[in-house]
Design a protein around this ligand. Structure first.
Ligand code: HEC
Length: 285
């Protein structure tokens, strides 16, 4: 039996909630999805239709705008903007950078995904403290952390471009291999790995049909629509959040914010999704 996404939207999002409820009501008669073939079932198709409509409405754009303003603003102890931040294509080049991360950055001697790199720039250019940023890294209720808006802005500048995470530097290749290992690593009280839930096409928990992360199609789902405005809760969330929350679902200890572990996973997923078009920040249920 399918449970409907819970109506936990904060007040003030009533129209969105109503629209969501309407879409879900259409979708709800579909049950026993486990028996359905892996092809998209009715609930998924209805949701996709609804998402397309919501994307026209564009809740992510608000965060893109906010991120664009933050990018230019002189802030932090060093009173600097992020306009000199190098996202891999040279200082200040934002266009196309998102679809070409995670990548190796010599100045940090590390592979970094977009969010990790932006936070690195906030620390190294603007003088913010990592401990402070890591205290509340993800959106909750009415609160949206600055890195989330910044990532959304940067991601928007890769809309319509092909995903193309580099695999040239030895550390980029190592990150991919580590990511693959993590995906298959079983541990914790339930002996789950990512693949326990995500290994097969067509697996479904509650309303969600879970992508097979090892296939190009499934891996694309880890990239497409992220950062995403999540209708459950009405908040903007990044891939960093998605990964962290799946560790929670897996009953693993939560990795540190912007850690090597998350970058490795994102490297694995992004490389598997490479060659496909990124449509920009979107909507997630
Ligand atoms: C206990 C089952 C479970 C495990 C284990 C799990 N996930 Fe998930 N994952 C989910 C569910 C459920 C969702 C969808 C949640 C939602 O959208 O509300 C999801 C969503 C995702 C998505 C987003 C898909 C999309 O359409 O946007 C990605 C990517 C992902 N998981 C990756 C991982 C990775 C990597 C791991 C291992 C570190 C992992 N998951 C472990 C259950 C799991």
């Amino acid at each position: 039996m399918i449970t409907i996404v819970q109506a936990t939207q904060p007040k003030g999002r009533a129209p969105l909630l109503a629209a969501l409820a309407a879409a879900m009501a259409i979708a709800s008669p579909v049950s026993h999805a486990e028996e359905a073939p892996p092809a998209k079932d009715k609930a998924t198709l209805e949701f996709e239709k609804f998402r397309a409509e919501m994307e026209d409405f564009g809740p992510a754009e608000l965060y893109e705008d906010k991120g664009a303003a933050l990018w230019k603003e002189k802030r932090g102890p060093n009173n600097a903007s992020l306009e000199q931040c190098d996202l891999g294509l040279g200082p200040g080049v934002v266009e196309g950078a998102y679809v070409q991360m995670p990548r190796y950055f010599a100045d940090a001697d590390a592979v970094m995904d977009a969010e990790r790199r932006i936070v690195w720039c906030m620390v190294n250019l603007q003088g913010f403290k990592m401990e402070d940023i890591a205290k509340k890294p993800f959106a909750k209720e009415q609160y949206t952390p600055d890195p989330t808006s910044l990532v959304t802005f940067v991601a928007g500048k890769s809309r319509g471009m092909k995903i193309n995470a580099p695999q040239k530097h030895p550390k980029e290749i190592a990150a991919y291999n580590i990511g693959r290992e993590i995906t298959g690593y079983r541990a914790g009280p339930y002996d789950f790995s990512c693949s326990t839930c995500h290994g097969d096409a067509g697996k479904r928990i509650r309303m969600q049909d879970l992508p097979n992360l090892t296939s190009p199609d499934g891996a694309l789902r880890s990239f497409q629509g992220w950062p995403g405005y999540r209708m459950t809760g009405g908040v903007m969330l990044t891939q960093q959040w998605r990964m962290t929350d799946c560790f929670r679902q897996q009953r693993f200890p939560q990795p540190k914010y912007a850690s090597d572990t998350i970058t490795a996973l994102l490297t694995y997923l992004t490389v598997n999704a490479s060659g496909q078009e990124y449509k920009g920040p979107g909507i997630k249920r």
